[in-house]
Design a protein around this ligand. Structure first.
Ligand SMILES: Cc1cc2nc3c(=O)[nH]c(=O)nc-3n(C[C@H](O)[C@H](O)[C@H](O)COP(=O)(O)OP(=O)(O)OC[C@H]3O[C@@H](n4cnc5c(N)ncnc54)[C@H](O)[C@@H]3O)c2cc1C
Length: 351
């Protein structure tokens, strides 16, 4: 296989993983085509914050300087002084308010997902409202991937120059909907709790939380008590179950299709590892593609090695987070806390 000079990479999903990959690939001269099923960048009513800690240096290295220069716009609390205390993650006893432990996360930054998406979308052309429904790699050319969009015909991606065409697909988010709700194998799933019949959103969800959360120390209780039930903010209250998926080997169609981030290994949020592994995926994936493009290395082999590492790392991290959640449930008697990885070893890279 002769590597072409400017291959096109199709990215399915403009979440943080897809956008980071797009920025990194573009910087290295790849063409990127990005599809996302959502109608526009900020259409979701919900947002959350993410601590970028051990993967921050790798994350920074993937971005062009112009995008990295805007990173501070994504910081959740722009008024925070980044002193020693801000570089820790404290865990408190909610009833007494006592500090149980704090782990060091020096140099880390807490961003909002929405803010970082805004920053990472800079300069990218994203095709919103376009859901990918099918990937076809059976066409006559071994280098092409046909991407089918909902309600539209297929797009056959190829190198812009035509001749030595090569299309790669990085899927970010493609399986989220199905892999969490439709587990093919009972043994590969885990979830923080089974869902009782409780109100899931709006004022009744806030009321349910207020009734369930009583007797906390005053500092914590005040957060619950002051949450408004019935003003315009109520539409932003949701109670959700968290899901996880233990990554499995998959058919990468001779290295033409692969996975990264939550599409590959959604994990429970304990120890905040999900995005750190997504960043690691993107870094490794970009290195793999550069090898294929610049040294004509065998795509099947190189992307296969990427997949192997991603599946092994992602599944271990997801299992570790699941175990951590089980210990957190036991933490009420404090013996669980002592056994938690975050109490013993902090929030550093565990896998
Ligand atoms: C409350 C919370 C706190 C967290 N805290 C941390 C933390 O502190 N540290 C940490 O490292 N991680 C944390 N995480 C995890 C982190 O948020 C995720 O790992 C990361 O955001 C995943 O990004 P992604 O791009 O892989 O997936 P997503 O954000 O799910 O993006 C996938 C995108 O793909 C699109 N899509 C899906 N299917 C299709 C399709 N068929 N066609 C077109 N588009 C499609 C979707 O619309 C979506 O935009 C946290 C997560 C939560 C929920």
């Amino acid at each position: 296989m002769t590597a072409s000079k400017d291959p096109t990479v199709v990215i399915i999903g403009a979440g943080l993983t897809g956008l980071l990959a797009a920025q990194a690939l573009k910087q290295h001269g790849f063409h990127v085509l990005i599809f996302d099923s959502e109608p526009h960048l900020n259409c979701r009513p919900r947002d959350w914050t993410i601590l970028i800690h051990w993967a921050l240096p790798l994350f920074s290295s993937l971005l062009p300087p112009s995008v990295l220069a805007s990173f501070d716009k994504a910081i959740a609390n722009p008024h925070l002084e980044f002193d020693e205390w801000a570089g820790t993650l404290p865990m408190y006893n909610g009833e007494t308010g006592d500090l149980i432990f704090k782990s060091a996360v020096p140099g880390s930054r807490r961003i909002t997902r929405r803010g970082l998406r805004d920053v990472l979308a800079e300069g990218l052309e994203i095709q919103w409202g376009r859901t990918v429904t099918k990937l076809d790699t059976e066409s006559s050319s071994l280098e092409k991937v046909k991407v089918t969009l909902e309600g539209e015909g297929g797009i056959e991606e190829q190198n812009q120059k035509g001749g030595e065409d090569k299309a790669k697909v990085m899927r970010s988010g493609f399986m989220i909907g199905t892999c969490i709700v439709d587990y093919p194998d009972q043994s590969t799933k885990g979830s923080l709790s089974s869902t009782p019949s409780i109100p899931r959103k709006g004022p009744s969800a806030v009321r349910y939380l207020k009734q369930s959360w009583q007797g906390l120390s005053p500092e914590f209780q005040s957060f619950i008590d002051q949450t408004p039930e019935d003003d315009s903010t109520h539409t932003k209250a949701f109670i959700d179950e968290m899901g996880t998926w233990i990554a499995q080997p998959f058919d990468n169609r001779s290295g033409r299709v692969t996975l990264a981030g939550d599409a590959a290994h959604p994990m429970l949020i304990l120890r905040g590892q999900g995005f750190q592994h997504a960043v690691t995926d993107v870094h490794n994936y970009v290195q793999a593609l550069l090898k294929v493009r610049d040294s004509a290395a065998d795509r099947k082999e190189v992307v296969g090695r990427y997949d192997e590492d991603m599946v092994e790392r992602g599944s271990k991290a997801a299992l570790q987070a699941l175990r951590e959640a089980e210990l957190a449930e036991l933490a009420m008697d404090e013996t669980g806390v002592e056994r938690m990885v975050m109490a013993r070893e902090g929030h550093g890279r565990g896998v």
